[in-house]
Design a protein around this ligand. Sequence first.
Ligand code: CA
Length: 186
Amino acid sequence: MNFRKLVLACALSLSAAVSVAEETPFIGASNPSISSLYAATTAEVILTFLSKQAFFSTDVSVLGSPTALFNNQTAVAGTTYSLGSFQKGAEIVFSFFVNNTGDTFLSGAANNNADKTAHTAYQQEGNSVLVGFEDIVLGGDKDYNDVVLSVSNASILPILEIPEPEIVSMLATGLILLGFSSRKKS
Ligand SMILES: [Ca+2]
């Protein structure tokens, strides 16, 4: 490596370090895979677009809705959108369409996505939940700040692990045996 190449390499690594330092990861980014978003009551749910630190253009919609609520590059921070009302405890799932790559990712469990990766992280803030979205397949840089929004009247609850079929059948067998032995005693 000659001197010019060395200088170039240093400059590149420095600029990479600077751009990383400029990025502010979403507050809940340290633990993105354990939560989803649920309606806390039947009251109206309001979404507020807060920020984006992304080059990619992403359309955000509620899963099942034919029209997007907003685009992360064109929406004005602070704009609110009514999501209507949900049953108490109903999961609220967002769909994120990344125009640059053609990828669609869903909020919530990793299994919701083709890459088996959670693309949203959450942070409970009083009666609202902050939601941060990661726009790159397999989690990319995992900063979850490509779309940051707030959802009112919402709560985060752990996603229950779905037991393996073998464990279910073992549990069922155990319960049957328990029932059998308790019946014999009485
Ligand atoms: Ca990112």
